[in-house]
Design a protein around this ligand. Structure first.
Ligand code: AMP
Ligand code: ZN
Length: 485
């Protein structure tokens, strides 16, 4: 196998930028924590999913295969609360489960619609497990932890005994002195100063949808879901596990405790976390009125791909301060690349005013751009610098093309580079020519043939148009119009 370029990433575990050395050469296993589907995703969530898409595409375009698993959390306290609120106290179990499923189906669909709009394609995921399809695996994992003395039941719930795991706190770099040994928390999310034994299985409260377990009816805690699905689908070791920075503690810390407590060996080689998105300098919240979904941006007239570009113009490990001014700037920058692409697609008049002496070899410029592009991305996904390499190329090539037009071969080499970068950034695809553009191009070809008195060529093009069902409106001084016959 050819040696693939080495991707370096900042590992939250070691706090260092490290090369990713896949467990199976050439294949990267990636687990990313997916959405809790009880509401629409907001643009902060989308920032995290976009950074993970950039991560995956970088590996893929560099030549790796990526086995990507993202879970859908379709059971948790918030989902239960929202889906059950209109059901009567005497509602049967099937109705409770059906109401939960209706709610999670609705928001799972909305979530994938949003992902598709920003070109995170559903078929780019190898596995998209729903938590409720893996309850037996979760129960099994809890039993294995209980057998090792790392989990204990209490009043129908089960808790993880953090004092039993010497490296508990390794990811969040917790101070073990501060742990309240023996205390326990029932909430899935809590602050660092509330470190305690966390819940693995939650006893059902009256009126809650539930599953049978050795400890009585209940539902899994949030943290155990990812451990069970990750181990089931990606195996006992994986290369990369990722989420937003808010997941470092307690979610990912607890995932490590569950999986490594069971496996007795490291579970994940690299933990990669994306920074938060702020809105106009503040945390997004409904009460501040700065809480946006992709739909809100679309209502204001923005293309989802502009949002994608705005996000990817910033380094994933920096706070990104979202603003509408920033979105407009992204719109202009993206336009610049698209216009440049169109310019390269067209042939230019071969002779400019300059001389070859003034010209700088475009293939050297292209080589430099390729190198700068990959140096940046392979170094902890430095997307802003990778994009800067594209903009430098645009300035250089435009300046040159104004003086001495690039040849068709040179233009094609630039287009190949733009196609490759588009496979990662997904913002400047080759647009399918519309039938109108195709007809106009053929009419122009016929005009040029006639001007050159190349009658057989002019006739050939006319026949081609005829075969397409196009009727030309010719006058002595040329074709003045056309219609579909
Ligand atoms: P959730 O559906 O709440 O579990 O969140 C899904 C993903 O979005 C997680 O990886 C979170 O870390 C991430 N996330 C939540 N809020 C933000 C934000 N404001 N900026 C960036 N990522 C976020
Ligand atoms: Zn998770």
């Amino acid at each position: 196998m050819n040696t693939l370029p080495s991707v370096h990433l900042f590992n939250t575990l070691s706090r260092k930028v490290e090369p990713v050395l896949p467990i199976t050469p050439g294949i990267v296993t990636l687990y990313t924590c997916g959405p809790t589907v009880y509401n629409y995703a907001h643009i902060g969530n989308l920032r995290t999913f976009l950074f993970q898409d950039l991560l995956k595409r970088t590996f893929q375009v560099a030549g790796y295969e990526v086995k990507h698993c993202m879970n859908i959390t379709d059971v948790d306290d918030k989902i239960i609360r929202d889906s059950q609120k209109d059901l009567p106290a005497e509602a049967p179990s099937e109705a409770r489960h059906a109401a939960m499923r209706a709610l999670t189906d609705k928001y799972t669909k909305a979530f994938f619609d949003d992902l598709e709009a920003v070109k995170i394609h559903q078929d780019s995921f190898t596995y998209l497990p729903r938590a409720t399809d893996y309850i037996p695996q979760m129960i099994d994992l809890i039993q294995r932890l209980a057998a090792k003395g790392l989990a204990y039941p209490r009043e129908g719930s089960v808790y993880y005994r953090i004092a039993g795991l010497p490296n508990y706190g390794c990811l969040a770099h917790l101070d073990r002195e501060g742990m309240r040994v023996g205390a326990s928390v029932d909430a899935d999310e809590y602050e660092r100063d509330a470190i305690a034994d966390f819940v693995l299985w939650k006893a059902a409260k009256p009126g809650e949808p539930s599953w049978e377990s050795p400890w009585g009816p209940g539902h899994p805690g949030w943290h155990i879901e990812c451990s069970a699905m990750g181990m089931e689908l990606l195996g006992e070791r994986m290369d990369i596990h990722s989420g937003g920075v808010d997941l470092i503690f307690p979610h990912h810390e607890n995932e490590i405790a569950q999986s490594e407590g069971c496996l007795d060996h490291p579970w994940v080689n690299l933990w990669v976390h994306g920074e938060f998105l702020l809105v106009e300098g503040e945390k997004m919240s409904k009460s501040l009125g700065n809480f946006y979904t992709l739909r809100d941006l679309q209502k204001k007239g923005f293309d989802p791909l502009t949002f994608r570009f705005a996000i990817q113009s910033n380094h994933y490990r920096r706070l990104y301060n979202f603003s509408f001014a920033g979105l407009r700037a992204a719109e202009n920058a993206l336009k610049r690349i698209r216009i440049f692409r169109k310019r390269m697609e067209k042939d230019a008049a071969p002779a400019g005013q300059g001389t070859w002496k003034e010209a700088i070899d475009p293939s050297k410029r292209l080589e430099a751009a390729q190198e700068a592009f990959w140096d940046a991305l392979l170094d902890d996904l430095n997307a802003p610098e990778a994009l800067a390499a594209i903009f430098t190329l645009i300035s250089d090539v435009n300046a040159q093309d104004d003086r001495i037009a690039l040849t068709r071969e040179e233009r094609d080499a630039v287009l190949t580079f733009l196609d490759m970068t588009n496979q990662i950034f997904a913002g400047w695809p080759k647009e399918e020519a519309t039938i109108d553009q195709e007809v106009e191009a053929l009419i122009e070809q016929r005009r040029a043939a006639k001007a050159a008195k190349n009658w057989p060529e002019a006739d050939r093009v006319r026949d081609e148009l005829k075969a397409m069902g196009i009727v030309l409106e010719d006058r002595k001084d040329g074709t003045v119009g056309w219609r579909k016959g």
